[in-house]
Design a binder for this molecule. Structure first.
Ligand code: ZN
Length: 558
């Protein structure tokens, strides 16, 4: 919509535009004009950001031309009723999902922009989530025999160029170091976009005999990819990740490790992040540069777009041949090793935001939440309340929860709203009346349900509720994913679904690159994966009608 369509406004009013109105609330208010403006009257501008309910309602009134004193009073009441939302107003996810995401990242204080374009400052609330992801993944890696190492962050150009596909795949987004101090370097070096070449260079010297195998190494580090368009956590020029690199004596062992790590990732996503994923193999077009095969887990975000959440690659002996990584086998002959690599990144934080978040902000699964329980004292100046709040904190900490008390002088409504914005799974409210009755109120972040519990059974109830939240969040995400997974057997139908229904579309594919390219060109959707769990939806490729080879999950992706 162009700015000319804007009606005349008093100069002191601040006007913002909303790209689309799909919210039920507007409909129930009778808004059907399609004229989308938010009007913030001057007398309210000083009181901080308004609740979107308030704004939308005012927009409605203004558009209908009934903006009067009487209505202003009504609005004021309406806004006061939503007082707690005044604290942290964010864009509704149904109105503008991208803006909602940006609002959540900012208001939940997960990260901030940096002076380096496309890079981010990860703030304590965001970094603590990453630390929990790291801790849990690292434990799971080590249970399978993986050891951590650290490689340099620079790759000499000559090393990067040893594997042809690999260098071609990464060349467009590599950052180069050309000077050391004031002197130009004899050979320029890139800042690692990934470390296959460094590991291979090392393995070529490190591996001599079958006794040195397998090598199961992983490193936690940051990598740099000079992306053109960037978004916090989802795509930034520098991001944090882990990259596992293994070397094996046989092709079979390498394949087993590739699948083992993919399944480890999938289990982690489902058990810890409460995020269901589709496990499968990438098509040749979408596989990693230099890999023989790439396996992926694909998750569906709330807006129906897919997010590749972890990948595991089997390199076969391609890199080993390029880097001459040979070992003397038991039969005394020289053989090339078979290699794998696998990685997960800070992208996962973006995934958690987009799978679980709602219009009140972030919703964190208890197992990954840095603070699982926030104790909020009500009327905390009254005698005994604060002491009790700290006592409850100590009890819950002792029982194994990550707990904090909000003893700031903000109002309880404000504190509740902050807890919600930051995604804290459970709130424990304790006030004078509760103290009298020897009880507390538990408030669930995910469902807003309130549960009264006697203080004697607090630990047990909190544990039980956190477990229930974790379970319910996975089930809700799975139900959402399933409700947004469609099937198509005819091309017209396929295109229609991609254009009209956000989500995955399952369809048969002949295996040709041409059909993949055509689908991307026509719809913007890419092949997400060929799932391990194959179904036979028809005998024909959805695109060209030739005999089908595989069922593929298609979708638009981040
Ligand atoms: Zn085809």
């Amino acid at each position: 919509m162009s700015m000319e369509a804007q009606p005349a406004l008093e100069p002191c009013m601040k006007v913002q535009r909303i790209p689309a109105l799909t919210d039920m609330r507007e409909q129930s208010l009778g808004h059907g004009s399609g004229l989308l403006i938010r009007v913030v009257p001057p007398e309210l501008q000083s009181s901080g950001p308004l609740s979107r309910y308030g704004r939308d309602w005012m927009a409605f009134l203004f558009v209908k031309g009934r903006y009067s004193i009487k209505n202003q009073q009504k609005e004021r009441r309406f806004i006061m009723a939503n007082d707690k939302k005044l604290v942290e107003a964010i864009t509704s996810m149904d109105v503008d999902f991208a803006q909602w995401y940006t609002d959540v990242v900012k208001k939940a204080e997960l990260c901030d922009y940096a002076s380096v374009k496309g890079c981010m400052v990860i703030k304590p609330a965001g970094y603590a989530i990453w630390e929990n992801i790291q801790k849990e993944l690292d434990k799971r890696f080590k249970e399978t025999g993986v050891e951590n190492v650290y490689m340099p962050m620079f790759i000499p150009e000559g090393l990067l160029q040893k594997e042809k596909d690999h260098v071609e795949g990464f060349a467009p987004e590599v950052a180069w170091v050309t000077h050391g101090g004031l002197e130009p370097l004899q050979e320029r070096m890139c800042v690692r976009p990934t470390s296959e070449t460094l590991f291979c260079d090392f393995y070529a010297r490190d591996i001599q005999s079958y006794r040195d195998l397998p090598r199961l190494y992983n490193q936690w580090c940051s990598v740099v990819r000079w992306e053109k368009t960037t978004r916090p956590f989802l795509r930034s020029r520098e991001f944090l990740w882990q990259e596992g690199h293994t070397a094996h004596a046989t092709a079979q062992e390498a394949q087993e490790r590739t699948e083992q790590m993919l399944n480890l990732y999938a289990d982690f996503c489902e058990e810890v992040l409460a995020m269901p994923v589709v496990r499968g193999k990438k098509t040749d077009k979408e596989k990693f540069a230099g890999a023989e095969a790439t396996y992926t887990i694909e998750a569906l975000m709330h807006d129906g777009k897919a997010l590749q959440s972890g990948t595991s690659h089997n390199f076969g002996d391609g890199f080993a041949k390029a880097f001459d990584i040979q070992f003397t086998d038991k039969d005394n002959t020289l053989k090339y090793v078979h290699q794998t690599s696998w990685g997960m990144t800070t992208r996962l934080i973006g995934a958690v935001i987009m799978v679980h978040g709602d219009d009140n902000g972030l919703v964190l699964p208890p197992r990954i939440a840095p603070v699982q329980v926030m104790v909020v004292p009500i009327q905390q100046k009254k005698e005994g309340i604060l002491d009790k709040a700290f006592e409850l904190r100590d009890r819950l900490t002792k029982s194994g929860c990550r707990v904090k008390v909000d003893d700031t002088d903000k109002s309880p409504g404000w504190k509740f709203s902050e807890c919600e914005m930051r995604g804290i799974p459970l709130r424990v409210e304790i006030g004078p009346k509760d103290l009298e009755k020897d009880q507390a109120v538990l408030a669930r972040r995910d469902t807003h349900e309130k549960i009264v519990v006697s203080l004697g059974e607090l630990e047990a109830k909190v544990e039980e509720t956190l477990n229930q939240i974790q379970k319910d969040m996975l089930e809700r995400a799975r139900a959402h994913r399933d409700a947004h997974t469609h099937e198509a057997t005819e091309y017209q139908e396929f295109v229609k679904i991609i254009n009209e229904k956000p989500g995955f579309v399952k369809a048969m594919w002949c295996g040709c690159r041409e059909c993949e390219d055509k689908i991307k060109e026509d719809t913007g959707a890419t092949s997400r994966c060929m799932p391990f769990k194959q179904e036979r939806l028809s005998d024909k490729c959805v695109c060209c009608g030739k005999p089908a080879a595989k069922m593929v999950y298609w979708g638009r992706a981040y």
